[in-house]
Design a protein. Structure first.
Length: 191
């Protein structure tokens, strides 16, 4: 049995016991951290990305329902980068003004668009769909294999303002990949 004394001959024994205890505590903390992190990630209950609290609080009252359903514009008419790159993109003011310099230019919301155009300023849209920065997502890959925009974004053509209808969590994406037999390797979606 080892007993601690107060003399220098006992200092090494106490130091060894402290270091040993510290190693055990750090090891347990690491195991607990890895276990909890893995459990949360696999359950899909990671914190949702920050999105617009009120999706209707946009700088311009833009109706997807009017442009898509009534006029018949395709999503990619305005979101031109969806088939070309990782982000779908938001249409430039030039795209909006291209039509609206002639069409409905007397309407108050269109006048806001034209004011941004005249001032050479982008429209400060509030982002509705957002993924964490560590996620590698490409609209292009999904569009080119024929996945319809509505599968992730809902039926935007029926929405006055775009709202997030799917969780877009890791668990939600993994379920979709499993159903389609798409890659499940971590590096497919994470940097």
């Amino acid at each position: 049995m080892i007993t601690r004394g107060f003399g220098p001959q006992y200092a090494m024994i106490g130091c060894f016991e402290c270091a040993h205890t510290l190693r055990i505590a750090l090891g347990l903390a690491l195991v607990l951290f890895v276990g909890v992190t893995t459990s949360v990630a696999l359950s899909g209950s990671v914190q949702e990305p920050e999105t617009a609290e009120d999706p209707f609080a946009q700088p311009i009252a833009f109706s997807h329902a009017h442009h898509v359903t009534e006029i018949g514009l395709d999503c990619q008419m305005c979101h031109v980068y969806a088939r070309r790159g990782p982000v779908a993109g938001i249409p430039s003011v030039e795209t909006c003004a291209g039509c609206h310099k002639q069409v409905l230019s007397d309407q108050p919301e269109i006048q806001k668009v034209l004011e941004f155009w005249e001032n050479k300023q982008p429209i400060p849209w509030v982002r509705v769909h957002d993924l964490p920065d560590y996620t590698r997502f490409s609209h292009k890959r999904h569009v080119l294999v024929g996945i319809d925009c509505a599968e992730c974004h809902g039926n935007v053509g029926q929405m006055e303002a775009a709202v997030q209808v799917e969780s877009l969590t890791m668990g939600w994406c993994v379920t979709c990949h499993e159903e389609r037999e798409a890659p499940l390797d971590c590096l497919t979606c994470h940097y």
